[in-house]
Design a protein around this ligand. Structure first.
Ligand code: SAH
Ligand code: SF4
Length: 313
């Protein structure tokens, strides 16, 4: 594991503390996969987007986001996504397939390999293409290796999984030891607007998602982040803010407001800064933690909801 995940070595020959015979045996029964990028773009704000081609020709993207002392890598977990949220370009692609454990982890290894000298990735977010809980087994296995001391050894506080809250998987998670921070894409404070923005809400309603979140909250140190994409005229009024306060009462939480990233083919607008600020103030005046997450990398289509597995060239 140390050779693979810490040293990032590409051949068994290099694993010099293993016997020659064993190295030979290993190379007869297995191979070390790699994920070379086919394209790399840099935004004016320093964000970088990497396009990878998988063995079957499908393409995925990862985004590297520098922010003060942090360097966050945003990983994909599926090719496309089946859930079709109305504001998300990945959703427009539909779901092609799940990523394997190695395809998820190779995104970290490949990007790390391209970083200069002493730079290291400090945080991982599973917020790229795909719905992580729809690829539950592979994603959990990959996260296990991200936090495992002999593998990537990220602190579990620095790995965040973002999900719409698929109920069966969320219930399963509630029974397990959670090795990451949980972020739930709420995006609305009532069933009707959430269903309009996120069709999956008809099957797994907001009320039930929050019920499970409430149960999580009985565990120590499990403050949940609620993501809230702000869409003009859909969920951005003071009334929505007040309702959001009401439905999150009793859940140790933090709210990330994400002003919509507009794109061709997305039938919505981003609210004015003033409206976003007003919304945030209402939450904060009630004692909630609410931050406005400035999506980075919009000029290279690397911002939230803009990943489609193709470069702009
Ligand atoms: N499928 C998972 C993780 C990937 S999406 C999920 O939905 O949580 C990561 C985040 O990007 C989600 O919170 C989603 O609501 C947000 N997002 C999607 N499209 C967006 C857009 N056009 N503008 C801003 N945020 C967007
Ligand atoms: Fe899928 Fe997340 Fe995009 Fe919704 S927001 S379509 S769940 S990737």
């Amino acid at each position: 594991m140390r050779w693979l995940y810490q040293e990032g070595i590409h051949s068994f020959d290099g694993m010099t503390n293993l016997s020659k015979k064993f190295r030979q045996e290993l190379s007869q029964v297995s191979f070390i996969s790699t994920l070379p990028p086919v394209h790399r773009e840099q935004s004016t704000d320093g964000t970088q987007k990497f396009l990878f081609q998988l063995e079957d020709g499908n393409r995925i993207e990862s985004v590297l986001i520098p922010d003060k002392a942090r360097l966050t890598l945003c990983l994909s977990t599926q090719v496309g996504c089946a859930l079709g949220c109305q504001f998300c370009l990945t959703g427009k692609m539909g779901r092609k397939r799940d990523l394997t454990v190695s395809e998820i982890l190779n995104q970290i290894l490949s990007v790390r390999n391209m970083l200069p000298g002493k730079t290291s990735i400090t945080n991982i977010v599973l917020m790229g293409m795909g719905e992580p809980l729809a690829n539950y087994k592979n994603v959990m296995k990959a996260i296990e290796l991200m936090v495992y001391p002999d593998a990537f050894k990220f602190s579990s506080r620095r790995v965040t999984l973002s999900t719409v809250g698929l109920l069966p998987e969320l219930e399963q998670l509630a029974k397990e030891k959670i090795l990451f921070r949980l972020a739930i894409s709420l995006n609305a404070s009532d069933e009707e607007s959430r269903s309009q923005l996120m069709p999956i809400n008809r099957r797994y309603p907001l009320r039930k998602v929050l019920e499970i979140c409430r149960n999580f909250s009985t565990r120590p140190r499990t403050r949940i982040t609620f993501e809230y994409v702000m869409v003009e005229g859909m969920n951005d009024s003071p009334r929505d803010a007040k309702r959001l306060i009401k439905i999150l009462k009793g859940i140790p939480s933090k709210v990330n407001l994400i002003p919509l990233n507009e794109a061709a083919g997305i039938p919505f607008k981003r609210p004015s800064e003033e409206k976003v600020r007003r919304f945030q103030e209402i939450l904060m005046n009630d004692g909630m933690t609410a931050i406005v997450r400035a999506s980075k990398g919009a000029d290279i289509s690397a911002a939230c909801g803009q990943l489609q597995g193709k470069s702009s060239e």
